[in-house]
Design a protein around this ligand. Sequence first.
Ligand SMILES: [Zn+2]
Length: 373
Amino acid sequence: MPRTYIKILDIKYGMKQFVLHVTNSSEEINNTATPLFYKEMIQAWQKMKRITEIVKTREDVLNQIIWCNEQVKINGKVLSDSDWSQNGIQRIKDVMNSDGKMRIEYVSQIVKVKAEVMLKLNRIQKAIPRSWKERLKSSESDSVGKQELKVRKLTQEILKGDKIKVTEKSIYNVLMHEVNAQKSTGELRWEEILNIEIEWETVYRELNRKDSIRERKEIDFSWKCIQNVVWTEQKLKRIGQSNGICSRCGIEEEDLEHLLYMCECNENIWSIVEQWVKDFDDDIKISLNVIILGYRSKDGNINDNTNLINMIIDSVKWKIWKWRNDIKYNNDWCEIDRIIREIIGLLKWKKEQFHRMRKDKVVANMEIIFNNM
Ligand SMILES: [Zn+2]
């Protein structure tokens, strides 16, 4: 985006990159000669800022810009006073003390036209959201989550300096934070079924680890299981495309728990997997919890062992799903013994790939597993 359009209101408001810092400057920009395309870009940026900006702590409130702020409105309109802004009255902290009291004397000293000070300050005070005023008046201390700090840092980085480097990924991360702030229906469903509160951040950290040895399709499938967006018979039934019954056992309704864990056709596949990996964790128990959320080491850390065991669990999950689809769509019936043989074949093939990629440690660990088969 051309620098001219980013700087378009800078002189007027006496602030660098004014349009990038505020959340609603539509009216101001409409009065300039900014081409429609760039106008829309600025508006999109401001909209994203509106969605993602967190005003929670005392410091957040004090740092909010008064002008062109979607949250600071009077009679439905944002405030804009370029004279005051040029004189340095730009943020809440310029008109209010940290205890919420108006800084009448200070403002009177620095603005040129003294007569209007009280009138204008009253307008600003009215426009500031009640929750912000209460935040300043309350004596509670601030608390900010880890994830939130990350987003704050990122937003600061995006806005820092003259060089603007906004990548798709950075925007995605900021938006995802907002999405992540609320648990998805799939996540809530698992918390209910497993009857535990889950630290989702830890689950996704293992799932998305950079050195993951799982295949992309397996990671995606695991993610879909977590979000409960796999087209099981139960899901298809809801849109009238199935009777809901498992196509393997033909007895019970097929939801994800049934598909991956409870179906009698799975027999003791998970205890077989436990045997395979027992050298890495002698009392490993592959429960539904582990199948869906992934395996974690006893100390909760992400390490080579969790990488390996999760790769195996995900290979089995993916294979069960393929097996079910072969029966459902190709009428290709087969028994669990053949499935286990095929899983072993798949793992051997993977070992060859790791060998080729010179992942010696993984290859050595997989050898240990093959010895347990
Ligand atoms: Zn079944």
